[in-house]
Design a protein around this ligand. Structure first.
Ligand code: FEO
Length: 170
């Protein structure tokens, strides 16, 4: 039987991951409206990744015989001040998600829930990648101050990103 505190933390995280998906879909929509289709594509892949994260937590609860409880999803922002602003907000958000995951890990450790700790390790590793991905785009934007030919080339590069469901990879 899954510990109640762990259950609640995972349920809350399902909501947080779906909120993240919603946030990135909103960012994708913003970029599309700005004519930055590569950035829009990158955010759309990010949206799919977040849904896969939510489903990894969802499936874990189901596997442990617990019914996931789906709470309302809060509204997300819809306007930003250019690509640098969006990517800085993305990095900030991922740092926040890292703290949420670390918090669930702390609860699992406190409750001596080894199975949950093992499942969470995937997310701990994933967050390192999530933060690095956002940082990498920020670093590129800094090189050309977020505009001109550099922005055009980066947008083109981000258009090539495709969704791979890493939650299903061993
Ligand atoms: Fe689900 Fe972007 O972390």
């Amino acid at each position: 039987m899954l510990n109640k505190k762990v259950q609640k933390a995972i349920n809350d995280q399902i909501n947080a991951e779906i909120w993240s998906a919603y946030l990135y879909l909103s960012m994708s929509s913003y970029f599309a409206a700005e004519g930055l289709n590569g950035f829009a594509n990158w955010m759309r892949v990010q949206w799919q990744e977040e849904l896969s994260h939510a489903m990894k937590f969802f499936d874990y609860l189901v596997e442990r015989g617990v019914q996931p409880i789906l709470k309302p999803i809060a509204a997300v922002p819809e306007k930003w001040n250019g690509p640098m602003h969006v990517m800085e907000e993305t990095l900030k958000h991922e740092q926040h998600v890292t703290s949420l995951i670390n918090n669930i890990m702390d609860i699992a450790i406190e409750e001596k829930d080894h199975a949950t700790k093992s499942m969470l390790q995937w997310f701990i590793d994933e967050q390192v990648e999530e933060e690095a991905n956002a940082q990498e785009i920020i670093d590129s934007l800094k090189l050309f101050e977020g505009k001109g030919h550099g922005l055009f080339m980066l947008d083109k590069e981000l258009k090539t990103r495709v969704f791979v469901d890493e939650t299903k990879e061993e």
